[in-house]
Design a protein around this ligand. Structure first.
Ligand code: ZN
Length: 442
């Protein structure tokens, strides 16, 4: 089906989507959203062979239906992006960080009042991350069509199938939002979600400093000194050239070639030209060599300046897995996504002050010991780390097989014949007595 003149397309779910190609229609839609104060948003873009993701279609679910905004029609989408950064208006998305990045790049303002249904679901079930179709099926009992991940959203006219998939990507966001919000409220987890969504409002989420970008260039982890400085300069030069040519950065200069040039500090065109797989024009090779010459004049970077990896302490090898197990067990008990609760870095941040004997600084550790995470697992982590609670295997614990208690407590029911996995013993204080058998206890 091609796009009918009246701009209405019918999708299989008895819904019709309105195609928007003109500024006047877009303004009308945005005015409607301003009144109703909420909308669902998804975008389709292509980023395979370009530098900046090329936005092809924007889907909006307003309270009166689905709208497909054709961003190939050189429409100015500013009025829509302004809604996303308006704290009065709630924007509902599924795994929305990339969509929001497009918005930030367009209006250079942080998104506000975001609700991500994938994250909300992760605070309600340990199965995470759930695809949109799984989530819609689970929560609303509606089966979506198979999505077309390889479809070319640049072609016009869009096919009937493409229009259908595009509509389905937003059609259920508002009903999902309502279901999930009610459930979060019921379990007292509304504040957890609010904290998670606040992370979308930090503009640095969408802007990576060069050092962090370099960490994503393969093979740079082992660089230091002059080679690290050269790699950083080369990477920034590559970004600028890629932007100018509108090509992906890695298509301009592959990661391993960048690392090779930086390692050797090659600044003569004949050295660079001999590299196998190099695909640069003569003038670009000359520019590149200029970058290397200037890099060589800078003072060398301190060792691993772009990563703050602490030398591994022998205790890390024991404590990181221990806390990982504790957290996995707690995530299962709470029925939340482990991936939302903890990260490797978050666990390392908790272990580090302990290993270094700076227990007092545990209070200032962000992540696991603060906010909603601190509320649900902070105490357990502190007690286990300080030795005032033991970790016991509870064979009847099913998904959450660990329980935590004072060393003097009796082992959890009949543990194994070898006895419970007791991992610490230190005396308890009055607070512990009150907390005996607290989290995880039957
Ligand atoms: Zn989509």
């Amino acid at each position: 089906m091609s796009r009918p003149r009246d701009g209405t397309v019918t999708t299989s779910s008895d819904r019709s989507a309105t195609m928007i190609t003109r500024p006047r229609e877009l303004h009308r839609l945005c005015a409607h959203i301003r009144e109703t104060r909420r909308f669902g948003l998804d975008t389709e873009f292509v980023m395979e062979d370009v530098y900046e993701p090329e936005l092809c279609l924007v889907q909006v679910a307003a309270t009166d239906g689905v709208y497909l905004i054709d961003s190939k029609e050189s429409l100015d989408l500013t009025p829509l992006w302004e809604l996303v950064s308006d704290p009065q208006i709630e924007t509902v998305l599924h795994a929305g960080q990339e969509d929001l990045a497009l918005c930030v790049h367009a209006v250079n303002q942080p998104p506000r009042n975001i609700f991500d249904v994938q994250i909300a679901a992760g605070l309600l079930t340990s199965n995470y991350p759930l695809s949109l179709s799984k989530l819609v099926q689970q929560k609303l009992h509606i089966k979506l069509h198979k999505s077309q991940t390889l479809t070319d959203w640049r072609k016009r006219p869009l096919s009937e199938d493409q229009l259908l998939y595009a509509s389905e990507d937003v059609a259920y966001l508002l009903p999902l939002h309502d279901k999930l919000t009610a459930r979060l409220k019921k379990l007292g987890r509304t504040e957890w979600a609010r904290e998670e969504f606040a992370a979308f409002e930090r503009i640095d989420l969408y802007q990576r400093p060069p050092e962090a970008q370099l960490a994503r260039v393969k093979g740079t982890g082992s660089l230091h000194g002059a080679a690290l400085v050269a790699a950083l300069d080369l990477m920034q030069w590559r970004e600028q050239l890629a932007d100018r040519l509108n090509r992906p950065a890695r298509a301009v200069l592959k990661d391993h070639l960048l690392v090779e040039i930086a390692k050797h500090g090659w600044s003569k065109p004949e050295q660079v030209r001999s590299l196998r797989g190099l695909n640069l024009r003569k003038d670009h090779i000359n520019d590149l060599c200029g970058v290397l010459v200037r890099s060589a004049e800078k003072p060398p970077a301190p060792k691993s300046a772009h990563r703050t990896v602490r030398a591994e302490h022998p205790l890390d090898a024991v404590l990181v897995p221990l806390l990982t197990s504790v957290l996995r067990s707690e995530a299962a008990r709470l029925d939340i996504a482990y991936g939302l609760l903890a990260t490797k870095q978050g666990i390392a941040d908790v272990v580090e002050p302990f290993v270094d004997g700076r227990l007092d600084s545990l209070e200032r550790v962000p992540g696991l010991l603060s906010g909603w995470r601190g509320e649900v697992v902070g105490r357990t982590l502190r007690k286990v780390l300080s030795g005032s609670w033991t970790v016991q295997v509870d064979p009847a614990g099913n998904g959450s097989p660990l329980r935590f208690c004072k060393p003097s407590d009796k082992p959890a029911r009949k543990a194994s014949s070898a006895g419970p996995a007791s991992l610490s013993g230190e005396d308890d204080n009055a607070e512990d007595a009150a907390a005996a058998g607290a989290p995880g206890a039957p």
